[in-house]
Design a protein around this ligand. Structure first.
Ligand SMILES: *Cc1c(COP(=O)(O)O)cnc(C)c1O
Length: 418
């Protein structure tokens, strides 16, 4: 791989500027790793727990122990983590359908939820397909204010008017692909307290995707009733092959478990088919891998800002998820960026990404991903729609070293066009 003096020097300069920040990121990773190792020790994790189960999967000690550890680590009463949950969207669907009943309201207080939930909620899609709306669940929303904070006045008035019906108050932690700031644990904790002070019976449910282990506690440690996420993002540590999780209060998780399998059956079954070891190992790695991804994002923010691009978050801002954006300014530069990321990936480095008309999107989209696990966004990956201002969203980096190579490769492609 060829790196020019300009880019090599810029990466070195960035690392000097980021020295203290990197030390803080390592400290968060240490605290989270310590928490995980303490839980492994307390639950006497042993190799025998990695044995696969088949059929019903009754008495699978590995599965049962991992659920308990997951609850501990998330600061929750209860949890389940399953390779059989196909993605984050399904985990969210299990949680929402587990809690909501006909006549209930789902109230999203951090603006519009992630795109894939539109059809689950029934805001888009065909009537009759089985969305929450089809089952008589109503949806309400309060947007974040321009400064990224919760609109407490609106939340208060909606809760006071509808609290008998608002079963779920929904918060998406990460900005996802929206143009807003990611919420910190402190903000989520405050909002949770506020909601509970007005409507104690509502379940606070947090879409935790991309947020896990970026700080030293999860929303469940501050009163959230349920957090939900995907194992091919932060908490799978780049090791889990696939899967999702739900953690929270005992009753909320029990209700979700009845939706996962059957009412009355819940978490007592589920063959692990040999996936247990990679899930344990993934959790063990997760704080470290998340730290690698955050460092990669900081490095990119510094370098692309120095090259004259608008970036979000800024290189010296704290981060509460692993997503970084760069406004590339032109379709050529957006494509160049993605070509560079692809060429700097461990897998499929020889492939040249092209924009394509993806089903469900109004503009063409370009994507770069050279990952060991298909679609894993804890691995360095980038995408962006071909429309002004040609913003690229990217995240991940299994190791800081490989993330650094990917970012330097993207920068090389970009400076050819400056
Ligand atoms: C990734 C993600 C999801 C779920 O997406 P899947 O592709 O189904 O795993 C939901 N919400 C947010 C904020 C996400 O980042």
């Amino acid at each position: 791989m060829y790196f020019s003096k300009k880019i090599t020097d810029l990466a070195a300069e960035a690392e000097k500027a980021l020295f203290d920040r990197f030390a803080e990121i390592d400290a968060v990773s240490f605290t989270n790793t310590e928490k995980i190792m303490n839980s492994f020790k307390e639950h006497r994790v042993s190799e025998t727990m990695f044995a696969p189960s088949s059929g019903y999967g009754y008495d699978d000690r590995g599965r049962e122990t991992l659920d308990k550890i997951w609850a501990d680590v998330m600061g929750a009463e209860s949890a389940f983590v399953r390779h059989s949950i196909v993605n984050g969207t399904q985990a969210l669907t299990i949680g929402l359908f587990g809690l909501l009943r006909p006549g209930d309201i789902m109230f999203s207080i951090a603006g519009k939820p992630y795109d894939t939930l539109d059809e689950v909620i029934g805001n888009t899609g065909k009537a009759g397909d089985g969305s929450l709306k089809d089952f008589g669940v109503e949806y309400m929303q309060s947007d974040l204010k321009d400064d990224g904070s919760f609109d407490l006045d609106r939340i208060k008035s909606v809760l006071e008017e509808h609290k008998e019906k608002i079963k779920v108050v929904f918060i998406q932690r990460s900005k996802g692909y929206l143009n807003r700031k990611t919420l910190s644990i402190a903000q989520i904790a405050e909002a949770t307290k506020f909601v509970k002070s007005i409507s104690p019976a509502s379940y606070v449910v947090v879409d935790n995707c991309y947020g896990e282990f970026t700080e030293t506690a999860e929303p469940t440690a501050f009163g959230a009733d349920m957090i939900i996420g995907s194992l091919i993002k932060n908490p799978g540590g780049g090791m889990a092959e696939t899967g999702g999780y739900i953690a929270g209060s005992a009753r909320a998780v029990e209700l979700a478990s009845y939706r996962l399998t059957s009412v009355g059956v819940g978490c007592e079954v589920g063959a692990t088919l040999g996936q247990t070891k990679s899930m344990f190992k993934g959790l063990f790695y997760a704080p470290h891998t998340t730290a690698q991804a955050i460092k990669t994002a900081h490095l990119a923010a510094y370098m692309f800002n120095a090259l004259g691009f608008e970036v979000e978050p800024a290189w010296n801002e704290p981060r509460y998820d692993i997503i970084q954006t760069v406004k590339t300014g032109s379709p050529e530069k957006l494509c160049a960026f993605c070509r560079g990321i692809q060429a700097g990936s461990p897998i499929d480095s020889f492939v040249v990404p092209e924009p394509w008309a993806m089903p469900g999107y109004s503009d063409k989209v370009i994507m770069a991903a050279g990952a060991f696990t298909q679609g894993a966004s804890i691995e360095l990956s980038a995408d962006g729609p071909l429309r002004p201002p040609y913003t690229v969203f990217f995240q991940g980096g299994l190791t800081y070293e490989s993330g650094r190579i990917g970012i330097m490769s993207a920068a090389e492609e970009m400076i050819k066009l400056i």
